[in-house]
Design a protein around this ligand. Structure first.
Ligand SMILES: [Zn+2]
Length: 94
């Protein structure tokens, strides 16, 4: 069973309708996106507690916001932090 099937098995519809966890809009099963609250690429699991039902619009806007941000943030700031430490060490040697 994949995570989508797992979520549908655990959450009964209201006569074929589901409610978006973000905007509260009523959506049909075919328009439901099962969203990982913590995205899979950041270690989020396929367990029910990490899954929520969203409409396609809300899920897409979340993906756009999260896209690459933490990775770039870490990369960028790690480099800056490392450079600062190096500069500090160099200034002590001279
Ligand atoms: Zn929505």
């Amino acid at each position: 069973m994949n995570y989508r099937e797992k979520w549908f098995a655990a959450n009964k519809s209201d006569h074929g309708w589901y409610t978006c966890a973000k905007c509260g809009k009523k959506i049909h099963k075919c328009d439901v996106d099962i969203d990982h609250i913590i995205p899979q690429k950041y270690g989020g699991s396929d367990e029910l507690y990490n899954l929520q039902c969203t409409c396609k619009h809300c899920n897409r806007s979340k993906q756009a916001k999260l896209k690459g941000v933490p990775e770039n943030f870490v990369k960028h700031n790690l480099k800056r932090a490392a450079n600062k430490i190096l500069d500090n060490l160099k200034s002590r040697i001279q």
